[in-house]
Design a protein around this ligand. Structure first.
Ligand code: MG
Length: 221
């Protein structure tokens, strides 16, 4: 890395890309009527999708079905491509609680027409994140609870142990196609229970009681 080692905790400020995994929990694939994938389904969000605590999630123009998806985010700490599964965890710099906000109506239309998901998944404010979590603090990222409430009602409550593709496998697989750089984020998919939010709703989510976030949903301003 050039210059002084960047503070990985501030990845939102310098990370270049967000690589997301779709349908990585079988119950979630089923709830949207999708088959369980044989290999990871990847898509990207631009870094302009980030929003941090204190900012609002904005409903993109003309979207009528904005969905929440709570996900464990992996913050890459060390550059690599074609990373082996055995070496993958050495490239993980830490974690973050993230939401993969999805314009489900846009995504459904794109799927029907065979078009890309870029707008449905990558619009401004589609990637709310919490505070950086030190690697050691999470313990085993392959077995942590993920939950999400809307207006205090539990909507999603799952565990990363139900992921179809493990974190080392995902880091290895993704790095065959996209070089992973320090500050990049990998979103690992969402457990079941996704659903719509509307203007004024309050989304709270957590990784057990290790990390919590709270965001308000608003119209695009
Ligand atoms: Mg997702």
């Amino acid at each position: 890395m050039s210059g002084a080692t960047r503070n990985i905790a501030r990845f939102v400020e310098f990370g270049k890309k967000i690589v997301c995994v779709g349908r990585n929990y079988s119950e979630h694939a089923a709830e949207l009527g999708n088959p369980v994938p044989k290999k990871p389904i990847l898509f990207l969000k631009p870094s302009t999708a980030y929003v941090s605590q204190g900012q609002t999630i904005q409903i993109p123009p003309e979207c009528t079905s904005l969905h929440h998806e709570v996900e464990l985010g992996i913050v890459i700490g060390k550059q690599g491509s074609c990373i082996s599964e055995a070496d993958a965890m050495n490239h993980v710099g830490g974690y973050v609680l993230a939401l993969d906000m999805t314009a489900r109506d846009f995504q459904d239309e794109a799927k029907t027409k065979g078009q890309p998901w870029s707008v449905a998944k990558g619009f401004d404010t589609s990637c709310p994140v919490g505070d950086f979590i030190e690697k050691e603090k999470l313990g085993n990222p392959g077995n942590v609870n993920l939950w999400l409430k809307v207006n205090n009602e539990m909507r999603q409550n799952g565990s990363t142990k139900d992921m179809i593709f493990s974190i080392p496998y995902l880091v290895s697989y993704i790095s065959r196609y996209f070089s992973l750089e320090a500050g990049d984020l990998v979103l690992t998919g969402t457990p079941s229970g996704v659903g719509p939010v509307k203007q004024g709703d309050i989304i709270e989510a957590g990784i057990a009681d290790i990390s919590k976030i709270k965001f308000v949903v608003n119209k695009r301003t």
